[in-house]
Ligand binder design. Sequence first.
Ligand SMILES: [Zn+2]
Length: 191
Amino acid sequence: MTYQGVKFKVVFNNKKAPEDPRINELIKWCQTFNLKSLAPAYEGGSFGNLSFRLKENSNEFIISASRVVFGQNLCNDCFIKVTGCDLKQGIIYAEGLREPSSESMLHYAIYQKRPDINAIFHGHSKEILAKAEQLNLPQTKKEEPYGTVELVNSVLEIIDKHNFIIMKNHGFISLGKTMKEAGRISLDSRN
Ligand SMILES: [Zn+2]
């Protein structure tokens, strides 16, 4: 898979780094993903994206920026607040200093579909993909290019019942009521 950057249009409400004490917890999970090889390096960034919902009954969330290196010192500048999304037109509304993750549409659509979920962690692991068939893990029907509406729709088809799914030939998504829960599911999936 080659990385071509963010595929949707980003409209910035403002260019300020988001402020929220929970970003520290998200940073710890980005570091854990790096240490446990769940977000391998690629073209100057880390291959994965982690987010948490800001409050109940709202789909606003904080997500890692595009091309963030999880192994480096992370601060608020490396995270973006997503305030809205127009899935039909491919527009993300955001606040922050960088482009939001290329899978921001996917995170938005999952928060919309699953009000019970407050954290979404997406990573990549050849080992987990290899086990998916064998363990009969819930999996999208076919491979779709990253950052597209087709990928979003393929995930929405199966995400209503599961908190851990495989995107075919691509990676995994863990959902949790809390970041701790999403992180725990991600780590357990390696065993
Ligand atoms: Zn991915």
